[in-house]
Design a protein around this ligand. Sequence first.
Ligand SMILES: [Zn+2]
Length: 330
Amino acid sequence: MGEDLEKLKQRLPLLDYLRRQDWTARPAGHGAEFVGLCPLHAETRPSFYVNARKNLFYCHGCGQGGDLIRFVQLSRHLSFRQSLAYLEPQNAPTDAGAVLEETAAFYQRLWPHYPEAIRYLEQRGVHDPALLQELHMGYAPGGSLRRHLTAQGYSLDLLQRTGLVNPQGHDAFYRRVVFPCYQSGRLVNLYGRSIVASAPPHRFLPGSKGGLYAWEQVRQSPEVILVEGLFDYAVLWQAGFHHVTCSLGTHLTSDQFRQLCDSPRTVYLTFDVDANGSGQQAAQALAPRLRAQGITPRRVLLPPGHDPNSFFVQGGDARQFHSLLEEALS
Ligand SMILES: [Zn+2]
């Protein structure tokens, strides 16, 4: 293990990894040191140092430091083991991308056979077949993916490494609506929404969620609506709002935050107005951080107890949502 770990770190130097994540840095005095903005906490003056020779980082702002694995743990919120699994495909050539594509296509073909899935979509206000096509949505009934993929020649080892099959050998996604997550045109993860109330609602495969959802489609737009869930995204898209993106939760990763700030624009923060207030707290915390980067944040206030999905499901229409955008707090 120790030796493999050293090899991994040698093959994938910390500085290369950070640069691949769009970290920009300038040399800091002596030879091997670089400094830039900390990807782990919000700051405006660089205090994140990388020593390329020692392959270590340290941030004077948040006090975090360590090696590549430690950085992945902190930035991706993964355990030590998950971080290794996450780095593995970036490091060794594999057909992980191909197996994800095959999985997404397989799940897409299953829709017509599962009325339970169609019923769930109706409940969530999704009824436009063009939307299913546009988002490449699929349905994972569970219990059939492993057989399908091994018949295609994919090894069980690969299926377990990608997280599609769990350590017990069962399909990881069971009775879930599946949305493929792309980044720069490459399929990087799958999000599965359980249609059964007793299961944890949200599930991703291990590894990167892949930045903001469908970012390539909206990045040129001077106005962007940001929502926290993919069913919020789906109903807005269906109602004709195509300048929408989704952070897959209220916490933006540093990649997502950077994308949102990559050029001046207005961002309509349309998070849930839920009883515990977490969506609105997140929006309030995010607004000044965006403003500091030259973005115009506007907080959209849905009626109490609503998220964009429930707003449309319970009879809200495009015209009403448009008024909410116009009334959004700046
Ligand atoms: Zn920091």
